[in-house]
Design a protein around this ligand. Structure first.
Ligand code: ASP
Ligand code: MG
Length: 405
């Protein structure tokens, strides 16, 4: 007999039929003799609907009230799922964040889980009940309701699994695991049997959406191994876990793409201390989110900086840079380009293998795809290419690193 924590997202409990279906899945685990804690989201679309209602009343509703409002979505779904379970003969009880002992700190709408006191959960389990816990919510030491940021039920599930020392934690969702690439773009993409926390985090930072990144960070910190799998079928999913030696034999775990990127290049910048700070400061003040940065000094001793950002930030970046440019003097000018895509390769095997970048670049070169900017981190290499070549680029690199099925 094992203790299993399962998380079901908004889509999986998005209708009465789907709630019945989740109840049946939980019943199957109970019939195998396992104990189950299910952490669930609000029914799909409910959180957004509540946000819109508040926005009709106020442009900036108070965050304290947003927490009270949004947490009601999960309070509905846990009760409905418990009702569905009891109806098919499985004794179940619901628990709100407070009842589950999820203690948070930080600010409203972005609470941080500080600790979990699973006293009541343990009592329910001792009575052999199936427990349905509200995701996305917790309570502060002084009794205020907090929500945990959008997608926060993932975090709730990982934290609950850690606090009750679950034998297995499953994130059941509408994707059936983590793939070597987006299967809609790369037909030969494969589902990964396992991936390390760091690789999943890096892939998430460059466009692969599987689950809330904060929850993966939490899992890494507390060593919670979990499985991402489909809530619609019984196929094995992807295990997310600490890295181990055998994982390094694979150079690249996966590739990811981002579209709608833009580049801004500033040339003719006097090579003085403080210049980069001034330029980036202006962009930060305008809340432009900068991604890649490439800089160098030309033979005339003038510097040039290039940055990438999402295309939707380009207008704001241009206005923010105008006054800076005037200050830099006559040689400075600015150039912009939209229609850029970014391709990233991620893998912890990069640390111990050489020539990874060379392999990626020459594969792109052979396919006639021109590389714009390049940036690297310990386990990631990213390049920009023309946006209309991004899919082809992903396929070429996927093949080059033997990721095709
Ligand atoms: N219901 C919340 C949201 O939509 C939390 C979650 O789904 O994980 O963001
Ligand atoms: Mg949701």
């Amino acid at each position: 007999m094992a203790l299993i924590v399962q998380k079901y997202g908004g889509t999986s409990v998005g209708s009465i039929d789907r709630i019945r279906n989740v109840a049946k899945r939980i019943k199957l685990e109970r019939e195998k003799g396992h104990q189950v804690i299910a952490v669930i989201s609000a029914m799909g679309g409910v959180t957004d609907k509540l946000i819109n209602l508040a926005k009709e009343l106020s442009e900036e509703p108070r965050e304290r009230e947003m927490d009270v409002l949004l947490s009601s979505g999960e309070q509905q779904s846990i009760a409905l799922l418990s009702i569905a379970l009891n109806e098919i003969g499985i004794q179940a009880v619901s628990a709100t964040g407070r009842q589950a002992g999820i203690i948070t700190s930080g600010s409203h709408t972005r609470g941080r889980i500080e600790s979990i006191e699973p006293r009541l959960l343990k009592r329910f389990l001792a009575d052999d009940l199936t427990v349905i816990v509200a995701g996305f919510q917790g309570i502060t030491e002084d009794g205020m309701i907090h929500t945990l940021g959008r997608g926060g039920s993932d975090l709730s599930a990982i934290a609950v699994a850690s606090s009750v020392k679950a034998d297995l934690c499953q994130i059941l969702t509408d994707v059936d695991g983590v793939y070597t690439a987006d299967p809609r773009v790369v037909k030969k993409a494969r589902k990964l049997p396992e991936i390390s926390y760091d690789e999943l985090l890096e892939l998430a930072s460059v466009g692969t959406k599987v689950m809330q990144s904060r929850s993966v960070e939490f899992a890494k910190k507390y060593g919670v191994k979990f499985e991402v799998k489909s809530s619609l079928n019984n196929n094995p999913g992807t295990i997310v876990t600490e890295e181990h030696a055998a994982m390094e034999s694979v150079v690249i775990r996966g590739v990811s793409i981002e579209r709608s990127q833009a580049r801004v290049t500033i040339t003719g910048i006097p090579d003085h201390p403080g210049m980069s700070g001034q330029i980036l400061g202006a962009l930060a003040d305008a809340e432009v989110n900068i991604d890649m940065i490439v800089s160098n000094i030309a033979s005339d001793q003038l510097a040039r900086h290039s940055f990438t950002m999402h295309t939707s930030d380009l207008g704001r970046a241009q206005s923010a840079l105008k006054p800076v440019l005037a200050e830099l003097g006559g040689d400075a000018s600015i150039e912009t380009e939209a229609g850029i895509g970014k391709l990233s390769c991620v893998g912890i095997g990069m640390r111990s293998h050489s020539g990874v970048a060379a392999k990626m670049f020459s594969a792109l070169g052979k396919a006639g795809i021109n590389i714009g900017m390049i940036s690297t981190s310990e386990i990631k290499i990213s390049v920009t290419v023309e946006e209309d070549q991004i899919e082809e680029a992903a396929r070429v690199v996927h093949t080059a690193f033997d990721l095709d099925s």
